[in-house]
Design a protein around this ligand. Structure first.
Ligand SMILES: *Cc1c(COP(=O)(O)O)cnc(C)c1O
Length: 362
């Protein structure tokens, strides 16, 4: 492959990551220790949140947020059909029922009007996903939530440091969930996640839930889960966190170069940037002849991916949730194409990818 989709080996962060790992090896303290506590403080500062609680992964961050808010069996949670299936899976893990509302086709995120139309007497929360690095329309979604007295839980798994109209993602709702899966904008060396919130009561509840529901050693006050962010991952994340603002800038620069190089291209359409706080977890374009274009690029050593090929409600696993049709999400699933993008992608490679796309004849 000349141009792999991603590059996950450490580079400028290499020394810091190795130092962090040896610090944990030398300490012999591996779970629920000082690295996690320090990361929780530092991540809250970085995301301009009040508190952060580390958990095992982003899916648990969502599911435990819902549970900590008292959302579960009998409740409906409105969410988007266009995301990693994990965002809807988390609703099911909490015991609630996912209800899908269609997306805004320009922004790719939960459409506020469709969301309002999906509210029933059982609706307890709205779970928007800040997809591809761009915030959902949070002012409009927060208005729907407030009108119907619903909780708002933000899926920030693809949106570390993103803003919405200048305001940090994660600050609009009761809780926000982050994933540090290795491919995310801030990645661990395995699975990891966190929840941010300004609600101290929620912090106490989340810390209990992630640790088996224990209030003290071997005292189980409720049925929690085992979902802790271990010291090795926390130390790696601390080492990388200081690089994240610079990496985010690099992602935005790369996206800008793609945009300029692909303007007016006939094979792909680059959706307009709806918010300048976009952090480009993915560089997604629309292509009518997507499969042929992917093949054309692959034959020339350029790897692309599709996020996502199928609306979540169409997945066999979600067949029991009698979904409404989501035509805008279904259309997006037929056309979206993710181009190689990471913080070390250089200008020459971006020009090569764009040039190869331009050379694609219909
Ligand atoms: C990655 C991701 C998740 C799940 O996070 P994990 O850490 O893999 O559990 C959930 N929602 C979105 C939008 C994601 O991108």
């Amino acid at each position: 492959m000349n141009v792999p989709f991603l590059q996950l080996r450490p580079a400028e962060d290499d020394a810091a990551v190795r130092e962090a790992i040896s610090r944990v090896l030398d300490s012999g303290w591996l779970v629920l220790g000082p690295e996690l506590e320090a990361f929780e403080r530092e991540f809250a500062v970085a995301t301009r949140a009040t508190h952060a609680v580390g958990v095992g992964n982003g899916t648990d961050a969502l599911a435990l947020s819902l549970r900590a808010l008292g959302i579960g069996p009998g409740d409906e949670v409105i969410t988007t059909p266009l995301s990693a299936a994990y965002s809807a899976l988390a609703v099911v893990m909490a015991g609630a029922r996912p209800v899908f509302a269609d997306i805004d086709p320009e922004r790719f995120t939960l459409d506020p009007q469709a969301t309002a139309a999906a509210v029933t007497s059982r609706t307890a929360a709205i779970l928007p996903v800040h997809l591809y690095g761009q915030a959902a329309d949070m002012d409009a979604l927060a208005a729907v939530a407030s009108r119907h007295h619903l909780a708002l839980v933000e899926d920030c798994c693809q949106a570390h440091l993103a803003t919405c109209n200048g305001r940090p993602v994660g600050s609009h709702g009761a809780a926000a969930a982050y994933s540090f899966y290795p491919t995310k904008n801030l990645g661990a060396f395995g699975d990891a996640g966190a929840i941010t919130t300004s609600d101290e009561g929620l912090v106490t509840r989340l810390k209990r839930l992630r640790n088996g529901g224990q209030t003290g050693r071997y005292q189980h006050a409720e049925l929690g889960v085992n979902s802790r962010l271990d010291e090795l991952q926390a130390a790696v994340l601390r080492a990388r966190l200081s690089f994240l603002p610079g990496w985010t800038g690099k992602r935005r620069e790369a996206a800008g170069r793609y945009r300029r190089a692909l303007a007016g291209n006939s094979a792909v359409r680059v959706p307009a940037e709806a918010d300048s706080g976009h952090v480009y977890h993915l560089m997604v374009v629309r292509a009518r002849a997507r499969e042929r274009l992917r093949q054309h690029l692959l034959e020339r050593g350029i790897e692309t991916l599709v996020h996502y090929p199928m609306p979540i409600p169409q997945q066999p696993a979600f067949a029991a949730f009698s979904p409404v049709a989501c035509p805008a999400a279904a259309a997006a699933c037929r056309e979206v194409l993710s181009l190689p993008l990471h913080h070390r992608l250089d200008a020459g490679t971006i020009d090569l990818v764009a040039g190869t796309i331009s050379a694609f004849g219909d």
